[in-house]
Design a protein around this ligand. Sequence first.
Ligand SMILES: [Zn+2]
Length: 254
Amino acid sequence: MQKTPTDRALVASIHDVSPSTRLQTDRILEDLGKLGCAKTSLLVIPDHHRRGRISADAGFCDWLKARLAEGHEAVLHGYFHLRGQKAEDGLAKKLVTQSYTAGEGEFFDLPREEAARLLQDGLNEFAALEIVPKGFIAPAWLLGREAEQAVREAGFGYTTRIATVVDFQTGTTHQSRSLVWSVRARWRRVCSLAWNRTLFLATKSSPLLRIGIHPPDWDHRAIWSQILSLTRAVLADREAMTYQQWLLRQRSRP
Ligand SMILES: [Zn+2]
């Protein structure tokens, strides 16, 4: 009989899903699927780096709908996934927005009205595909205070940050640090391998284990290999599911 653990979960999320990363995303899904990780949260960018809206790409629309039919979840992930550098940015902001995220922290310090507008544009893109996302996850997990308010007001049920899953519906913040790799430079890759090994051991006992995957991770053999071996290990006693499914379970608990 198949073992179905109910209180230990794995949520694998694939960041930066868009027409320009669709082929890599397919490779990731195929590899995860072979290990039994058949449900993931797909973080979809409506207009990735202004290269074109998802609704304008019929092939992508069909592809995404087919993934949802298989049980994957589509999460709104920013709008352009770009943050314009601002003249008044001080050193601390530059460190966060340029060094840590390579200029992609789109929702890091957006005023509420601007965030609300981008969220509505994103929802419109999803609506064109007849998708109503339950979650919003900011690029690089950087969601400022005003932008978070806009996310709540737009009716999203949850968001996640690097160390938390925030359930807007119940007001609960679940602690769970995501594994995530940085592949932009060799030293980052070396650090990532060591850090994620340590983090994996430290988070082994937590009910929710999160693995955050970016398409370029698959271009680096050592990273690819570690992500798959950790996924294989955790699936021995964890069930793979989407963020939305995990939250539904938490909400139904007595
Ligand atoms: Zn991203």
